[in-house]
Design a protein around this ligand. Structure first.
Ligand SMILES: Cc1cc2nc3c(=O)[nH]c(=O)nc-3n(C[C@H](O)[C@H](O)[C@H](O)COP(=O)(O)OP(=O)(O)OC[C@H]3O[C@@H](n4cnc5c(N)ncnc54)[C@H](O)[C@@H]3O)c2cc1C
Length: 295
C-alpha cells in the first residue's frame, strides 16, 4: 500500500517522484520501457535550464542517477489496467499494487503515416528516432516527413550524418521557432519539399527502397517520421477519467476529475509539450498530493 504510485518514468514522473520522496511520501514508480522516456530519443537539448547543451540520453542518465541516490523504488512493468476507486488499484502483467493516490505520467507515442507497409518496415527503413537510427544511414540519402519543431531539429541532427535529407511537409510553412526554420533553410544538404505528401512506400524484394510523392519518386535508404503523437492512455479507456482525444484533462494542480488521480506531462491536454513544463507539472502534482496528505 503506497501513498503514491507514479505510472511512467519520463522527466515528468521522475520529477514528481523526487518531490514526493523528499516530502516523505511512500512512493513507487512503474515504467514499461526505459527510465527517462522520450528524452532518450532527443539528440540535443538546448532549452533546459542548467545545461547550455546536453544530449537526451545524458539527461536521462542524470535523472536515473537522482532517483537511485534518493533510493526511490521503481519496477520495470507496464501498467495494463487501473481501478480508480477510493483506493487505487494498478495492475501490471504479473502484479497488483494499491495506493491512495496515483500520478499518470505516461507521455505520448509518435504517430505513423497511415500507409501500407509502414508498420512492417519500422526498424527496416522506417524510423521515428533520428538519434537511435541516424548512424545506420551514414552518407546515405534519407527522407524526413513533418513540419514542427521536432521534425526540424531532428533534420538538423541527421544533416551531420547523412549525405542528403529530403524534408517533406504537406504545408508551405513550418510550425517552429524562426531561428530553427532559418537554420534548416540554410543547411546545404537539406532539400525542402513543401506542399507535398507521401502517397506510398517503394518496396522491392522485401526491402524499403524509397517513397512516392504526389508528383515524383525519391529513392532513399530511410524515412524518418515526425508527424505528431498520440497519448499513451489506452489503459484508461474503461475508467471514468475525463479524456479529450485521449489526452487527460486536469486542473492547474494536475488533479483529474477523480479524487486522488493526478496526471502530468505529455499525456495531458495542454498547449505546450516541452521538458520544462513536463517536469514542473510532475513536481507540482507531487507537492499537492503531499499537502493533501498532511491536511
Ligand atoms: C524528437 C523530439 C525532440 C524533442 N525535443 C525537445 C527539446 O529540445 N526540448 C524540450 O523541452 N522538449 C523536447 N521534446 C518534448 C519532450 O521530449 C517531452 O515534452 C517530454 O520529454 C515529455 O516528458 P513526459 O515525462 O511527459 O513523457 P515521456 O518522456 O514520454 O515519459 C512517459 C513514460 O511513460 C512510460 N509509459 C507509457 N505507458 C506506460 C504504461 N502503460 N505503463 C508504464 N509506463 C508507461 C513510457 O515508456 C515513458 O517512459 C521533444 C520531443 C521529441 C519527440
Amino acid at each position: 500500500m503506497y501513498d503514491l504510485i507514479i505510472i511512467g518514468m519520463g522527466i515528468s514522473g521522475i520529477s514528481a517522484a523526487i518531490y514526493a520522496k523528499q516530502a516523505g511520501l511512500n512512493v513507487l514508480m512503474l515504467e514499461e520501457n526505459a527510465p527517462g522516456g522520450t528524452i532518450n530519443k532527443i539528440a540535443e537539448i538546448t532549452n533546459y535550464p542548467g545545461f547550455s547543451k546536453i544530449t537526451g540520453p545524458d539527461l536521462a542518465m542524470n535523472l536515473f542517477d537522482t532517483i537511485t541516490k534518493l533510493n526511490i523504488p521503481y519496477k520495470l512493468e507496464p501498467v495494463t489496467d487501473v481501478i480508480l476507486e477510493e483506493l487505487k488499484t494498478i495492475k501490471t502483467k504479473n502484479n497488483v499494487y494499491q495506493a491512495s493516490n496515483i500520478l499518470i505520467a505516461t507521455g505520448r507515442t509518435p504517430v505513423l503515416l497511415a500507409l501500407p507497409h509502414v508498420k512492417e518496415y519500422l526498424g527496416r527503413g522506417i524510423s521515428t528516432c533520428a538519434l537511435c537510427d541516424g548512424a545506420l544511414y551514414k552518407n546515405k540519402d534519407v527522407a524526413l516527413v513533418g513540419g514542427g519543431a521536432s521534425a526540424l531539429s531532428e533534420a538538423l541532427y541527421l544533416s551531420k550524418i547523412v549525405h542528403k535529407i529530403y524534408l517533406i511537409h504537406r504545408r508551405s510553412e513550418f510550425r517552429a521557432e524562426e531561428n530553427l526554420i532559418e537554420q534548416v533553410k540554410h543547411t546545404k544538404n537539406i532539400e525542402l519539399i513543401l506542399n507535398n505528401e507521401i502517397t506510398s512506400l517503394i518496396i522491392e524484394s522485401n526491402t524499403f527502397k524509397g517513397i512516392k510523392l504526389k508528383n515524383k519518386e525519391l529513392l532513399v535508404s530511410a524515412l524518418f517520421m515526425y508527424i505528431g503523437s498520440k497519448p499513451n492512455t489506452s489503459f484508461l479507456t474503461n475508467t471514468a477519467l475525463k479524456l479529450e482525444d485521449g489526452y487527460i484533462i486536469t486542473n492547474e494542480d494536475g488533479l483529474t476529475n477523480i479524487p486522488g488521480v493526478y496526471a502530468s506531462g505529455d499525456c495531458t491536454k495542454k498547449e505546450v509539450y516541452q521538458i520544462i513544463n513536463a517536469a514542473s507539472e510532475g513536481a507540482l502534482a507531487a507537492i499537492k498530493i503531499a499537502q493533501n496528505k498532511t491536511l
